[in-house]
Write a protein that binds this ligand. Structure first.
Ligand code: ASP
Ligand code: MG
Length: 436
């Protein structure tokens, strides 16, 4: 038991670029040591150093075209073992008590799907015990274990053996949020190489402005639509568990962005940010017969081939035929064509056209669904910038256009200006002024 004034419990996650060299690891350790000195109990989640995960994937690819998913997960998990142990050693060197744990040792169990496992449960008894011993607990991100006696879903079909699984690219974010939820942490901080969440990618839009606060739903759309700052699953998990997440820079002492339920949403600019995604290709089936069962004949085989179909547009039919367009991730276009070619023939469609040189650009904001005029303003802005819109889709909090990739830059600049995203929301002043 702790005393009457328990120390705040903070989960901090450091991304790969924050840990890319020994010097950066020491810098991170100093930062952790300062937070410890301020009296916090700390659980630190570490990503693999720099580009380690990419390097390991490349190495496996050099050995075989088709690496076994189980072996690949066991291999990739070592990246985070390296970083967790090195951060722990760097803390020891500063005289800070610390211990590193693998995901399994930290009590993180998963559903057993190699390469894209979901966290099934967090049993943080060991983490608590180490905190009670006065340790900073460093947890290897991006991984958990499945199987073992008494648990379901081991990858090899039995439940007797323990397997290591990874959580998908960027999964250390999810490790951090899951631990924060399980430990009922007071704060969950994601340290990265940018200061926080911006109205648009600051490397691409000069006038992009950092947001003080953003709602879960808006952040989820931004992440899904291509903003790379946080893993989508981590935002979902934060939303479901009500974990307030702070995204902030590991390189400078500057206030970050809070992701949380946003009570001021009504008073804000209805558009909070832009997102874009270049990993898109467009597929059109020309003059497919307009009769029941056609959509199933097209999309069932794509689903069976695990191809992610996104925006779907079916035009009004003429003379019993209709065009059917949709988008897929660019890397999956080849496979989609292979699946679709025989279907085009079977259905008696006129043909199949594909375009890999498209991109998606989205405006995102929680107030969009009941604010008339925003769609029109988006389309008008793109027209004025001579950007042709090829497809449109909307959700409660987002409007997305598929455009020619070459026009993406022009589209982003024009939309950032038209929706006045460079101008601070009056209500943000208070949020930005809060203590870091
Ligand atoms: N190291 C893993 C990756 O690069 C997980 C992470 O960084 O969160 O995807
Ligand atoms: Mg990484």
């Amino acid at each position: 038991m702790r005393g009457p004034m328990p120390a705040p419990l903070v989960v901090q996650k450091f991304g790969g670029s924050s840990l890319a060299t020994a010097e950066r690891i020491r810098h991170v350790a100093e930062r952790i040591s300062r937070a410890r000195g301020d009296g916090a109990d700390l659980v630190v989640v570490a990503s693999a150093l720099g580009d380690t995960t990419d390097d390991l994937l490349r190495l496996a690819g050099d050995i075989t075209q088709d690496p076994d998913p189980r072996e690949l997960d066991l291999l990739l998990a070592t990246g985070e073992h390296q970083s967790a142990t090195l951060v722990s050693m760097a803390l020891h060197a500063l005289g800070v008590k610390a211990i590193s744990l693998t995901g399994a040792q930290a009590g993180i169990t998963t559903d057993g799907r190699y390469g894209k496992a979901r966290i099934a449960n967090v049993e943080p008894r060991r983490v608590r015990a180490e905190l009670d011993r006065g340790n900073v607990v460093i947890v290897a991100g991006f991984q958990g274990q499945s199987g073992g006696l008494g648990t379901e879903g081991a990858g090899n079909g039995t439940s007797e053996w323990v397997e290591t699984t990874t959580l998908g690219r960027g999964g250390s974010d999810t490790t951090a949020v899951a631990l924060a939820a399980a430990l009922r942490a007071d704060r969950c901080q994601i340290f990265t190489d940018v200061r926080g969440i911006y109205t648009a990618d600051p490397r691409l839009v000069g006038s992009a402005r950092q947001l003080g606060t953003i709602g879960y739903e808006e952040m989820l759309e931004l992440a899904q639509q291509g903003a790379q700052v946080m893993q989508v699953r981590a935002v979902e998990l934060g939303w479901v568990n009500g974990v307030e997440i702070e995204v902030l820079s590991s390189f400078e002492d500057a206030p970050g962005t809070l992701i949380r339920e946003d009570p001021l949403v009504e008073q804000r600019n209805k558009v909070r940010g832009l997102a874009h995604d270049r990993n898109v290709a467009k597929v059109t089936l020309l003059a497919v017969p307009d009769r029941p069962g056609v959509a199933r004949a097209v999309f069932e085989p794509l689903a069976e081939a695990a191809i992610n179909v996104d925006m779907i547009v079916q035009n009004v039919g003429h003379d019993g035929a209709t065009d059917l367009s949709f988008t897929v991730p660019r890397a999956e276009l080849r496979r989609a064509e292979t699946v679709l070619n025989p279907i085009v023939a079977e259905l008696g469609a006129r043909g199949l056209t594909t375009d890999p040189d498209v991109a998606k650009v989205s405006i995102v904001g929680a107030g969009l669904h009941n604010a008339p005029g925003y769609a029109a303003r988006m389309f008008g802005t793109l027209a004025d910038a001579s950007v042709n819109i090829e497809m449109i889709s909307t959700s409660e909090v987002r409007i997305t256009c598929v455009i020619e990739e070459a026009r993406l830059e022009a589209a982003r600049e024009a939309l950032h200006g038209a929706f006045e995203l460079a101008r601070p929301d009056p209500v943000d002043a208070a949020a930005t002024a809060r203590p870091a």
